[in-house]
Design a protein around this ligand. Structure first.
Ligand code: XIL
Length: 511
């Protein structure tokens, strides 16, 4: 409280700091005390709470107090709407006064300048004012951004140092410059600090690497993998085969040749890509096949909605062919089958187990299962997640959490929209902290060290999560998933602390 305060206003006599607080002598209009908030600080909708104590002379003078905030420099634009009238003040008593920084022109929606906040006398004051305490609560969220939270620190020096398990993150170098891993200083800083592995959010998918048959374009991916190498980070390769339309190369979608030739073309893709990255030395593992199973009960292999199934002659044989090609090209890489909802949907896991049993019986090379883990705040339960992972562990295979995010709102769980969470409040942030902890702990408790493929989160900040796009329509363009470890301004969220607690085996709490 005492540090950094100074007198403000023409003719001020400075501040007097003692164990009571910070005092100033109110010798005239606009005389007060201020302190600085160093950028970046996003003050729009922040709440400033102070406890003040005025002398009898101040009360008698009929002067008022005004909490204010000012952008330092330029025109020194400020928030001037917070008046605490003399009638609210009691001589010699502590009084709480408050101000919400809320300007119609949103002038505090900025992070480029330092800001000063303080309180000043209004009118023809006399006597002294003592600031007993001052607190700034940054906006926790609006519909479009999560907690600015620059006041919160998870106290985690480096997530990857906390346990003997690979901690990774999905990043981009082809989306917005604001979070391009090769150019954004903020993105780099957070990734290099906490993570030991990266996954390409998109650029190692099929059409990014082979847009037309025989033309491989590795430039983007190479820059990304090389950057990882310079930072001693490994790469989880994602994904060699995935049916999702936007990244299946046109030549595969439009395949009119034989099924056997299609399989050969698929093998060529895998062999070329895996060979290429083998030379880099840091691509440790691959999602060989992604999302080949349906969500129904019973679950089965995707059929008509998978180019690969259809063009392989209405057969799931492409899956084993893909694993065999990947193994041939990278004998030491860890090969995963990767899917979503296998932590929740028992029928899907049953189908997966069937495939794993079959692969084992026929010596099809597979090392583990990737659980994407795009989960909700309350669903599925940690025990359900643990039980699903155990089913893979029991097969002697590795478990990797490949795409973890914990959505606060999600159209298909936690009774949305009836229970829509409309603001990322502190209690929501803490519930998410516990949830991250519970999940990470379930993983650490269920998967023995030799079968841990690691845990990766799917993105850095809430501003850039893929869920904002995925649920745009359902969410009416509101960015209300808030699923990641860092807020819109790259500040730690309590979720980061929760992740760390889970890794360290600390009790998971929402405190
Ligand atoms: C997502 C990317 O993050 C988005 O940028 C893209 O528009 C769609 O794909 N499961 C996966 C990932 O395996 O590849 C997906 O990534 C998210 C769901």
């Amino acid at each position: 409280m005492a540090s950094g305060w100074r007198g403000n206003g023409n003719g001020n006599a400075g501040v007097n700091v003692n164990s009571d607080g910070v005092s100033f002598t109110a010798v005239g209009d606009n005389i007060g005390a201020v302190t600085d908030l160093t950028k970046p600080v996003q003050l729009e909708d922040a709440i400033v709470d102070m406890v003040v104590n005025v002398s009898p002379e101040f009360k008698t003078s009929a002067a008022s107090l005004q909490i204010f905030a000012q952008i330092k420099g330029g025109s020194w634009a400020g928030e001037w709407n917070c008046w605490s009238g003399n009638e609210l003040l009691t001589a010699g008593s502590d009084v709480a006064i408050t101000c919400t920084i809320s300007e119609a022109d949103k002038k505090f929606d900025q992070t480029d300048s330092d800001v000063q906040i303080g309180v000043q006398a209004k009118g023809t004051p006399a006597g002294t004012v003592t600031i007993k305490s001052a607190k700034v609560t940054l906006k926790q969220s609006t519909n479009s951004s999560s907690s600015t939270g620059s006041v919160y620190s998870a106290n985690v020096n480096s997530l990857r140092e906390l346990a003997d398990v690979t901690i990774g993150i999905a990043v981009s170098n082809n989306d917005a410059p604001s979070y391009n891993i090769l150019t954004s200083a903020k993105e780099k800083a957070v990734v290099e600090k906490h993570f030991a592995q990266m996954t390409a959010g998109n650029i190692m998918k099929m059409s990014y690497l082979q847009p037309t048959q025989g033309n491989f374009t590795f430039t983007n991916a190479d820059a990304f993998v090389d950057y990882a190498n310079t930072k001693n980070m490994s790469i989880h390769g994602h994904a060699l085969v995935w049916h999702s339309d936007y990244q299946v190369p046109g030549f595969m979608k439009n395949w009119s040749g034989s099924a056997a030739d299609f399989i050969t073309a698929l093998e060529t893709h895998i062999t070329t890509v895996v060979d290429h990255f083998e030379a880099k030395g840091n691509v440790q593992s691959w999602d060989v096949v992604n999302e080949a199973l349906t969500d129904g009960s019973p679950s089965n292999f995707r059929t008509t909605d998978s180019t690969f199934y259809v063009k392989s002659g209405n057969s799931a044989v492409y899956i084993e062919k893909a694993f065999q090609a990947a193994r041939a090209a990278a004998p030491a890489a860890i090969l995963y089958y990767n899917d979503y909802n296998i932590e929740a949907n028992g029928a899907k896991m049953t189908k997966l187990e069937e495939m794993l049993t079959d692969f084992k019986a026929r010596n099809i090379p597979i090392d583990g299962v990737g659980f994407q883990m795009h989960v909700c705040l309350n669903y599925p339960s940690a025990s359900t997640i643990a039980a699903a992972m155990k089913r893979v562990v029991d097969k002697g295979l590795k478990v990797k959490i490949t795409e973890l995010d914990v959505a606060i709102n999600q159209p298909y769980c936690d009774n949305y929209p009836a229970n829509k969470v409309s603001a990322f409040t502190q209690s929501v942030a803490l519930a998410q902290k516990k949830r991250y902890c519970d999940i990470v702990k379930a993983y650490m408790d269920t998967v023995p060290a030799n079968l841990r493929g690691g845990i990766s989160v799917w993105g850095t900040t809430d501003a850039n999560t893929w869920l904002n796009d995925l649920y745009k329509t359902q969410f009416n363009n509101e960015k209300i998933s808030w699923p990641l470890l860092f807020d819109d301004s790259y500040n730690d969220k309590p979720a980061l602390r929760g992740f760390a607690d889970g890794l360290q085996g600390t009790t998971c709490t929402n405190q």
